[in-house]
Design a protein around this ligand. Structure first.
Ligand code: COA
Ligand code: AMP
Length: 630
């Protein structure tokens, strides 16, 4: 089947298309219906089907004679470790950890928060939850205590699984103080914390509440997978929205398994036995879909890499991993290659390794800037494939699909919509725009299987944030255009979400933190272009009347506040005092105009602006600080 036939069939007959894909995985009870609507009118996939995601990822391969094949490779240059887990070994550890959770009182539907670095136990923890029908919520290890507390309060877990530390380059980042602080800040109280003690940092266990991971796992009894409904939640993953409160993106079991299984072959061109590597973190959606669930469900070998693109030990780290483990498809954020390019512009270190095994390089998480694309294209024999997706969708919306003959690559475009996604670009009134005209990127309902059915505990927000602006269409939050050949170009967010080194952050959230400083009357945080990280946040501040502070000292305090509240990875490093902020007459801060002005792009001054003289005034201030014209 050609891409075109597959795509058109998926749009004309979604139920028929996805019933076929559903047959490719093992169900305990095959779903009686593929697509219908629930009492709220929302589309549901595979209602009434029963399955277990952990069994699909592990037991199925053990039972089909692949027990001794390698499921997971843990490659950790920061601890100088490489270890391998066969499907049987991984299944056995997961079954015991699942048993340990049951012994702690965790039942189907209960939540478990996982706050862990990139160690195999993080994947084991996720799969163990899936095995017993518990709902995991993984929190990225770079988040500070306040963010962890917000997630603990929203997910209300019975148990937190954590470790004593993560390792950033050579720095040991202690997790337990952050976890303790988060538990102190949160209103919800958890019954137990299980702590994995790593040799780099000793555990401090609180009697009655905390357990040592190894003792706990060793003492527990293995349990079998339990059947869950296709629509039962598998996990909640929090992502930044436009307000200070993150959104708990819910993933259900059935659609997720079907979509990921399909995507591995159709998009990434891999099948059982192939080695697939996504260099991300289990705390992000890429880690969920393409370090843990997707590759394992498809029967591939997945790599869990605890290292960086550079300085672990050098800019040849990626080439070493690809060559050593014979990676066929590699997936990473462009920012990682920008870091490599900076340290090794001629890619000299690549010649130390045989990377001929690499058939496809996929990049996503942020725009693939053409200079990085051309650099990669020059140094690699494999095609460099940009693809576009979001936490909400859980798997790619647009890609050059390796399961079909590849389309011509156009730098700057993630190519064509993947089967299941009825993509459109509309103007602010919801009318489709012509080719090459920029607008809001939307997707007509129903979204395909695997995409999020709701926001945890807040279905109204799901409807309001994503489905109310253009009824019948999902609002992606991205703007862009489609060219004459149907290729999509994603030009950036149309809301207050920014993307820093492939990490999604809310400027609204940072504004709340900055505005809580006693000297600050008002502030705007905008994402400005950065050659290494894609975007970085910049704070613009108005001081309260009569406040007399040294701007440099205030900036230092604010930078520290954001580090301590959100995390260092937010890269909030500049906060500049201005006299006024540009606003509309109704008082809305013109963030988009500010962003364009700071980046030196052309912008039109909206007719609704309160006072047009403010813009040149701010421009002059920012030029003095070296921000404009950088
Ligand atoms: N735990 C604790 N701290 C973390 C962290 C984590 N998981 N991730 C980042 N940080 C900290 C860093 O240690 C750094 O702290 P510092 O200011 O004290 O030095 C800070 O956050 C900024 O980190 P980062 O923006 O990542 O810059 P860096 O110089 O440390 O690393 C790269 C640069 C390119 C190596 C790194 O950004 C990278 O690997 N990017 C790829 C990210 C990615 O894969 N994103 C895709 C997600 S799908
Ligand atoms: P996240 O939910 O963290 O995966 O971030 C999703 C957002 O990252 C999208 O809404 C886009 O703004 C951006 N993004 C992801 N992939 C791409 C891409 N290939 N090109 C441009 N932007 C991208």
């Amino acid at each position: 089947m050609s891409y075109r036939v597959a795509y058109e069939r998926s749009i004309a007959d979604p139920a028929g298309f996805w019933t076929e894909q559903a047959r490719a995985i093992d169900w305990i009870e095959f779903p009686p219906t593929t697509l219908d609507r629930d009492s709220r009118g929302d589309y549901r996939w595979f209602r009434g089907g029963k399955l277990n995601t952990c069994a699909l990822a592990l037991d199925r391969h053990v039972d089909s004679g692949r027990s001794d094949d390698v499921a997971l490779i843990y490659d950790s240059p920061v601890t100088r470790t490489v270890s391998r887990f066969t499907f049987r070994e991984l299944r056995d550890r997961v079954a015991k950890v699942a048993g340990g959770l049951v012994e702690l009182g965790v039942q189907k539907g209960d939540r478990v928060v996982i706050y862990m670095p990139m160690v195999p136990e993080a994947a084991i923890a996720m799969l163990a939850c899936a095995r017993i029908g518990a709902v995991h919520s993984v929190v990225f290890g770079g988040f500070a205590a306040r963010e962890l507390a917000i997630r603990i309060d929203d997910a209300a877990p019975k148990v937190v699984l954590s470790a004593t530390c993560g390792i950033e380059f050579s720095n040991v980042v202690a997790y337990q103080p952050l976890l303790e602080e988060a538990l102190r800040l949160s209103r919800h109280s958890v019954n137990h914390c299980v702590i994995l003690e790593r040799p780099q940092c000793r555990a401090v266990l609180r009697e009655g509440r905390d357990l040592d991971w190894v003792t706990w796992e060793t003492a527990s009894s293995a349990v079998d997978p339990v059947p869950v409904d296709a629509n039962d939640p598998l996990y909640v993953l929090y992502t930044s929205g436009t307000t200070g409160k993150p959104k708990g993106v819910v993933r259900d079991n059935g659609g997720h398994a079907v979509a990921l299984n399909y995507s591995m072959k159709a998009i990434y061109g891999v099948d059982a036995g192939d080695v697939f590597w996504a260099a991300s973190d289990v705390g992000w959606v890429v880690g969920h879909s393409y370090i843990v669930y997707g590759p394992l469900i498809r029967g591939c070998t997945s790599i869990l890499y605890e290292g960086k693109p550079v300085r672990t030990p050098d800019a040849g780290a990626f080439w070493r991993v690809i060559a050593e483990h014979r990676v066929k498809t590699f997936f990473v954020a462009p920012t990682a290659f920008r870091a490599i390019k900076k340290e090794d512009p001629e890619a000299r270190l690549k010649s130390n390794y045989d990377v001929s095994c690499l058939k496809y390089l996929f990049v996503a998480g942020e725009r693939l800037d053409p200079p990085t694309y051309h650099w990669l294209d020059q140094i690699l024999d494999a095609p460099v494939i940009d693809h576009w997706w979001q936490t909400e969708t859980g798997w790619p919306i647009c890609a050059n699909m390796a399961g079909f003959p590849l389309h011509a690559i156009k730098p700057g475009s993630p190519t064509l919509p993947v089967p299941g996604y009825a993509l459109a670009v509309v103007d602010d009134d919801g009318k489709p725009v012509d080719a090459n005209v920029e607008g809001n990127i939307v997707i007509a309902a129903p979204l395909p299987p695997g995409t999020f059915p709701t926001i945890w505990g807040d279905h109204d927000r799901f409807v309001e944030a994503y489905w109310s602006r253009f009824p019948g269409y999902y609002l992606t939050g991205d703007g862009g255009y489609v060219d004459d050949d149907g290729y999509l170009y994603v030009m950036g967010r149309i809301d207050d979400v920014i993307n820093v080194a492939g990490h999604r952050l809310s400027t609204g959230e940072m504004e709340e933190i900055v505005a809580s400083h006693p000297a600050v009357a008002e502030c705007a945080v905008v994402g400005i272009e950065d050659a290494d990280k894609g975007q970085v946040p910049l704070g613009l501040l108005l001081l309260k009347d009569g406040v007399n502070v040294e701007p440099a000292a205030l900036e230092k305090e604010l930078v520290q506040m954001v580090r301590q509240s959100v995390g260092a990875f937010a890269n909030f490093k500049r906060a500049v005092v201005v006299k006024r902020l540009p606003k509309t007459r109704s008082g809305k801060i013109l963030r988009q105009v500010l962003r364009k002005m700071i980046d030196g792009n052309t912008y039109s001054v909206p007719s609704t602006i309160d006072d047009p003289a403010i813009l040149p005034e701010i421009e002059a201030t920012l030029r003095d600080c070296g921000i404009v014209g950088r």
